[in-house]
Design a protein around this ligand. Structure first.
Ligand code: ADP
Length: 158
């Protein structure tokens, strides 16, 4: 049986932290499905199509990934994709409480799907999509936080 993980998130935009996590996970699983959430609380900056394209470009060369968007319950999306694992990233203690609650709720909804947490390499631990957008809006340099192709698109969309 193929080991499949779903990596869900807003990816608005994908950052070097996300990329680092996906690269590490792609060595542990047969397939990684990156699931773009459509029903987040946050208003999106990039369209779903822009996000799909930027993720595919940023991850060129990693063959076992697929990028999809979904607007259903995460555990239902995971089950539909035959995934056994939901992958989430932990950057700091501040992520822990929310992620802990999320994984607990998801376990209630579908006990067969495990949540697995991974941490990024140290230099990516402070990067967040929302801070990238704030820095971009104020004219700061975001080149160390996102892949070059993402930076170019973000500047176009500003
Ligand atoms: P969400 O809106 O679901 O939090 P994000 O795109 O912000 O979506 O993040 C998706 C997942 O990636 C989350 O588990 C988040 O904690 C994790 N993540 C975000 N930024 C980083 C980073 N710099 N390093 C590692 N994991 C990260």
């Amino acid at each position: 049986m193929k080991k499949i993980a779903i990596y869900p998130g807003s990816f608005d935009p994908i950052t070097n932290g996300h990329v680092d996590l996906i690269k590490r996970a792609s060595k542990l699983f047969d397939d990684i499905i990156i699931g773009i959430t459509q029903n987040g609380k946050k208003a999106a900056f990039l369209s779903i199509d822009d996000r799909i394209n930027t993720i595919n470009t940023a991850l060129k060369g990693i063959d076992n990934i697929k990028v999809l968007s979904f607007d259903t319950l995460l555990v239902d999306f995971a089950a539909k994709q035959n995934a056994q694992v939901i992958l989430r990233g932990l950057r700091a203690v501040s992520d822990f409480e929310y992620e802990f609650r999320l994984s607990g709720m998801n376990k209630h909804l579908n006990p067969n799907i495990e949540t697995l947490f991974m941490t990024p390499a140290e230099q990516y631990a402070n990067i967040s999509s929302s801070l990238v957008k704030e820095i971009l809006a104020l004219g700061g340099d975001i080149s160390v936080f996102v892949p070059a192709s993402v930076e170019a698109l973000l500047k176009q969309r500003l």
